[in-house]
Design a binder for this molecule. Structure first.
Ligand SMILES: [Zn+2]
Length: 214
């Protein structure tokens, strides 16, 4: 069965992984790739997978990724004020590092910090790192994040861009994490600009994109 793109509602074609027997919908318009819902894992399995990750201060590599994000993408934007780290994980490492930089920080994570107090605020910036590839309804989730931004606020997303062709996609390590279901390309992020009145102000074309809310 053919599905419409979860992001732009455009037509899609199927991409089959013959080895893992998983089927993806590839958008013909915005290049978004979505693992078909029948192949998503349960919430319990998802939580179990997250518990296997060593996303804490004990992991130097993990901490360094965030230091790079802060030094090269967040501090140069000269953002002031209140921030939200959405999908902050068990750490929450990025939130803590940003508090050390003087930011007033909130965080939310459906598995590790299911506290909806964050809904009572609007933010000068929102970070969501290694989260959007887990979104089962990415358009709805991004809309939610944008709704929490102040005018002129920044949305900072980190996920590995699908920069390769479909054949290479099937060999891509990032796809092998069973909880990764949504894969974006630059074109997908450009489409989101038009839908939510966002502007891409910085990207490394690899795994980080910074939007400004107009
Ligand atoms: Zn699309």
């Amino acid at each position: 069965m053919k599905h419409l793109c979860k992001i732009c509602s455009g037509s899609t074609h199927q991409l089959v992984d013959p080895l893992l027997k998983v089927v993806y919908d590839v958008c013909d318009t915005c290049d978004f790739i979505y693992k078909q819902a029948a192949y998503h894992v349960s919430k319990e399995r998802e939580h179990h997978e997250y518990n296997q990750h060593n996303n804490t201060f004990e992991s130097t590599g993990y901490v360094n990724i965030f230091k790079h994000l802060i030094n090269d993408f967040i501090l140069p934007l000269k953002i002031t004020g209140k921030g939200l780290d959405y999908g902050s994980g068990p750490g929450p490492v990025l939130k803590t590092l940003l508090m050390r930089e003087g930011y007033e920080m909130f965080d939310y994570d459906p598995f590790y910090n299911d506290n909806v107090d964050y809904l009572n605020h609007t933010y000068d910036f929102i970070t969501s790192t290694e989260v959007i590839e887990h979104f089962s309804d990415p358009l709805k989730e991004v809309k939610h994040l944008v709704s929490l931004l102040k005018k002129g606020g920044r949305l900072i997303l980190m996920t590995q861009f699908r920069s390769m062709d479909e054949h290479a996609f099937l060999n891509w390590y990032y796809r092998r994490d069973v909880t990764h279901i949504s894969f974006y390309r630059l074109k997908t992020f450009q489409y989101l600009e038009t839908v939510f009145d966002l502007e891409i102000v910085k990207t490394n074309y690899k795994n980080i994109i910074v939007y400004k809310a107009n």
